[in-house]
Design a protein around this ligand. Structure first.
Ligand SMILES: NC(=O)c1ccc[n+]([C@@H]2O[C@H](COP(=O)([O-])OP(=O)(O)OC[C@H]3O[C@@H](n4cnc5c(N)ncnc54)[C@H](OP(=O)(O)O)[C@@H]3O)[C@@H](O)[C@H]2O)c1
Length: 425
């Protein structure tokens, strides 16, 4: 016999309206909408709802014995955390799409839920890859490596710069005009949104809620049209990647712009799409391309969590409190793209390559275009495999040369698939 779960949805914005619409259609017998929490009851909504469903104080649904599950889609941090913790203490299960809350307060939330025997669904915090992660996290095999494009705004900007030859600033403006990027786009373009998702995914695939509060994170602000053109010439696209790699007990995690070889699934992702490539411990690689945000993609993720709760299915909630020790990214061995800004004069390259040689760094390619007489010109190099710490030590000296006019840009190169590691520790 189907036992219906009575649901309150806290939030009637971009995400909430989709969840409310689906629940009001009444086609899912396991789920019944009981209440909707909003901040501004007078606001015009995209469709009308029975006014008796609406409340403005979330403590009303927390205390309501007729509610089994609360969907938190209000956003923000303080109220959302308070709602989630109080609701768990009042015997409710939770479904949330709040990336910031789960990445920064997951420890508190999951440990309380486990103590109280309650469930927290959070597929909506990583919409673009939730289906694949859900299937693989329940499989018997360990995920060894994950490389993912998790921010639609950054991917729109980078793929649009590559396609149309426009500047970063112009591509960002277009992303904002199309409604992809927030007016304050820092969460997207500085990599923070991707970092939140990577932190959550690290917890999921490691089955721990004791995730590091910060991970190495670099956004796409400094990526120039020249970087994109040089990368293309070298056979790569530039993508903002979130990477998790587990090797011999150590975990390497970062969010960085990365050169991804043309002809691979990740390099082919255009516009605001998200994509994920996962490799298990047998070297089997699986991938998924999917929208990473938006009303209906997020609604589907939330409804799947609600259905799992209603059916008593296993949710991919981390259950252990094991701390994760991150590998210092200085220990990464890999290949790198370097963009130097140098004076256009003789013997510049000789000075730079001598320092690199002293650090045992060998170059795979050097590109220096003919240039009009100018104060500074770009020189692009790619390295053979090198330890990142050694590379940074060498570049610190290079950047002090009188002929070098700006800090050298370092972008890692993604290599390998299947049995090959992407970044070798
Ligand atoms: N948008 C996406 O595509 C997407 C995708 C994945 C995850 N998410 C996450 O989903 C969450 C919601 O995003 P959204 O885009 O739907 O936000 P939104 O459009 O700003 O909607 C927020 C809703 O929550 C209500 N609200 C806010 N604070 C409240 C409070 N203290 N008490 C009662 N109601 C409150 C607002 O009420 P009023 O309408 O009355 O002002 C509004 O209906 C965020 O955590 C976001 O990161 C969003």
């Amino acid at each position: 016999m189907i036992k219906t779960k009575r649901v309150a949805v806290a939030g009637f914005g971009n995400v909430g309206k989709g969840v409310i619409e689906v629940l009001l259609q009444g086609q899912i017998p396991e789920l019944k909408l009981e209440k909707i929490v909003v901040k501004h009851p007078g606001k015009i909504r995209p469709f009308s709802v029975d006014p008796s469903l609406i409340v403005t104080d979330f403590s009303q649904v927390i205390r309501d014995p007729n509610i089994d599950v609360i969907v938190e889609v209000m956003g923000g941090i303080k109220d959302a955390v308070s709602l989630i913790l109080s609701a768990l203490r009042n015997g409710k299960d939770i479904v949330t799409a709040n990336k910031v809350v789960i990445s920064q307060h997951g420890n508190e939330i999951f440990s309380l839920a486990i103590k109280l025997g309650r469930t927290v669904g959070f597929r909506g915090t990583f919409v673009g890859c939730n289906a694949l992660i859900h299937d693989l996290s329940l499989s018997a095999r360990r995920i060894r490596r994950m490389c993912a494009i998790l921010n639609g705004t950054c991917n729109y900007i980078l793929s649009h710069m590559a396609r149309s030859g426009i500047s970063f600033e112009q591509a960002l403006r277009e992303a904002q005009e199309k409604g992809y990027a927030e007016a304050n786009a820092s969460e997207d373009i500085d990599g923070l949104d991707t970092a939140h998702k990577i932190q959550i995914l690290l917890g999921v695939i490691s089955n721990t809620y004791n995730i590091p509060p910060d991970i190495p994170c670099e956004g796409i602000r400094d990526i120039t049209m020249q970087d994109i053109q040089y990368a293309k010439e070298l056979g790569y696209a530039i993508k903002l990647l979130g990477v998790i790699e587990r090797e011999n007990g150590s975990v390497t995690v970062f969010v960085r712009p990365t050169l991804v070889p043309h002809g691979t699934m990740l390099a082919s992702i255009e516009d605001a799409n998200n994509a994920i490539e996962l490799e298990n411990d047998l070297g089997v690689v699986s991938g998924l391309i999917a929208p990473g945000a938006g009303t209906y993609p997020t609604t589907v993720a939330i409804i799947n969590d609600l259905l799992d709760i209603a059916r008593g299915a296993t949710l991919m909630m981390p259950t252990l409190n094991t701390p994760i020790v991150l590998n210092d990214i200085g220990n990464i061995r890999g290949r790198y793209y370097l963009r130097l800004t140098v004076k256009d004069q003789p013997r510049v390259l000789a000075q730079i390559t001598r320092i690199l040689g002293d650090h045992d760094i060998s170059l795979a390619s050097v590109i220096q275009k003919e240039s009009a007489p100018a104060e500074a010109v770009p020189v692009v190099m790619t390295t053979h495999e090198v330890k990142e710490r050694e590379l940074r030590a060498a570049l610190e000296k290079v950047d002090q040369l009188e002929v070098v006019k700006a800090k050298t840009k370092i972008i890692p190169i993604l290599e390998g698939r299947g049995q090959q590691p992407a970044f070798i520790n």
